[in-house]
Design a protein around this ligand. Sequence first.
Ligand SMILES: [Zn+2]
Length: 400
Amino acid sequence: MTDLLIHAGQVFTATDTDALLKDAWVRVENDRIAQVSASEPKTNPAVIRLEANTLLPGLVDCHVHFAISGGPDWLSEAREPYATACWRAAKHARDTLHAGFTLVRTLGGRDGADPAMRDAQARGLIEGPRMVAANLVVCMTGGHGAWIGREADGPDDVRKAVREQLKAGADIVKFIATGGVMTPNVEPGAQQLTQAELEAGVEEAHKAGFKTAAHAHGAEGIKAAVLAGIDSIEHGSFMTDESMDLMNERGTCYSVTLCSGEGFFDAPPGVVADWALEKGRRVRAAMHETFKRAYARGVKLVLGTDAGTPFNRHGDNARELEIMVSLGVDPLDALRIGTRNGAELLGKLDQLGTIESGKLADLVLCGSDVVADIGRLRTPETILAVVQGGRIVHRRDVHA
Ligand SMILES: [Zn+2]
């Protein structure tokens, strides 16, 4: 592998000190960052030299669904032939990587597909972000997400469902604590898995050394999941201040998925089912208010888009950062949420998530000042190159 020398007008390191370095150099040796310096370091003459306006650590999305495309009819996609779904997922993974997202957490798909895709990526068989993969979501009978779920009733059955997901290769288990938008006949605010079921499930996953996430819109379901020891709350639309304080005590992360709410507003009239549109609009308004409150209250935030849901396209994941900033988040905080915080939740902060010597070289080279205008991260022209493990896996001039 040829070593790289990157010179950037600014380097967002995502470290506690010197988060934003002006006019800096990053030297990559093999798969790792070898040096971050204010002056040009000595290198061997064969090094590949790259220039960027802004250099970021690889972005991290903690909530994607590679099994679905962002089209209006996800329930039909979830029933398409298994092999078709896998090829579709591989394209989504590549689009995500080329947008600068070098690490993701998949939170629900067809049985066995996501753990296999994680392994295929790690072995170099497909192009995509590094993956932390859930398998089927664990939900109650008839619950939200049953179309990519293992239905389970009672604490013992939930425990068995968790064991099945781990046996299938999952390294994160997702529980459905409340209703949701994308399943007919369930109310987003209503609790689904009970406190006792969540406790059994979370205990079983933690016992095996694996983390957990809970899909939760309604206040009671959110609180139940937090009390059960869940590691992250997804959506969190109707979250109370009390739950936020509990999350702060316990270090529970919040992955809001603002992009998922936006998609329902982008949908042309008549293409998304009315029952889903109506719920999507209600949830979006609540999510915005809750997110602003959570930011002000210091809840640990991570970036999660729910990519794959209607009009929430794989490869447009940076939209989440744009919405966060539009809701009042400081751009450097947003970038920290989108890099370091995600790597930490996913248990990868010792190797990824910041630009520091010794870490794996997952980097995004941007052609313009994305700190000043974070929305530019959404345009393919901005992403000059993506580096993953020291390899240039995407270059704008090659792939455009
Ligand atoms: Zn989701």
